[in-house]
Design a protein around this ligand. Structure first.
Ligand code: ADP
Ligand code: ZN
Length: 213
């Protein structure tokens, strides 16, 4: 399947993407993961992106489009892809549209995961992430067995720099201003699907029904 996952930070895009890739072998492409890896490795891209990310602001469109133009042409995308965290602005969506047209690729759907703001705030402030493998924990609902240590790889489990209350509140404002309008964009394109994202199972089932996977 070829999907865009839309939804506020903490709406569960990554969790849904991981479940779907296990079903049909399509790849999850998370611009957030790509950027965090670049920051960790200290590449040019990482250096340019870090300050924006820590503040909860968006990285400039040109940087993101450069990454995605290459990424979408890699071989593993032939089996399908789930875009998680991209596009995030109308200019990104417009440039993606022409890129996909050039590559002769059609989208199945842009899935908007709709979650109430209180739920999001609660999820994000309690979320913890493994710095090595990216595994996600939640100190309230799904803690690691040993506090601060990843069950899967033994790496350090921490609160992301952009998951302080202040950065989270900024990320949600940025989302409402820059990313929420994408629902209208994809509605006009005729591919929008909105799901009330309370349970991952329900979201996955709704997407499978729509795409027939
Ligand atoms: P979230 O939990 O907010 O969905 P992500 O892991 O997707 O977080 O992204 C983390 C940060 O990386 C964002 O706050 C932003 O700074 C940057 N980022 C990720 N994807 C994009 C994008 N498509 N455009 C601009 N910035 C992005
Ligand atoms: Zn880990």
């Amino acid at each position: 399947m070829r999907l865009i996952l839309l939804g506020a930070p903490g709406a569960g895009k990554g969790t849904v993407a991981k479940r779907l890739t296990a079903i049909d072998g399509s790849v999850q492409i998370s611009t957030g993961d790509i950027l965090r890896a670049a920051v960790k490795e200290g590449t040019e891209l990482g250096k340019e992106a870090k300050a924006f990310m820590d503040a909860g602001d968006l990285v400039p469109d040109e940087l993101i489009m450069g990454i995605m133009k290459e990424r979408l042409q890699e071989d593993d995308c032939q089996a399908g892809f789930l875009l998680d965290g991209f596009p995030r602005t109308i200019p990104q969506a417009e440039q993606l549209k022409s890129l996909l047209a050039d590559l002769g690729i059609e989208l199945d759907a842009a899935v908007n995961l709709d979650v109430p703001r209180e739920v999001i705030l609660d999820r994000l402030t309690t979320r913890r992430t493994c710095v090595d493998c990216g595994a996600i924990y939640n100190i309230k609902w799904a803690p690691s067995k040993v506090e601060g240590v990843c069950d899967k790889c033994g790496g350090k489990v921490v609160q992301r720099d952009d998951e302080t209350e202040e950065a989270i509140s900024n990320r949600l404002d940025v989302y409402n201003e820059k990313t929420a309008p994408l629902a209208g964009f994809y509605e006009t394109e005729g591919v929008l699907m909105t799901v009330q994202a309370t349970s991952t199972d329900d979201v996955v089932a709704a997407i499978r029904e729509r795409t027939g996977v």
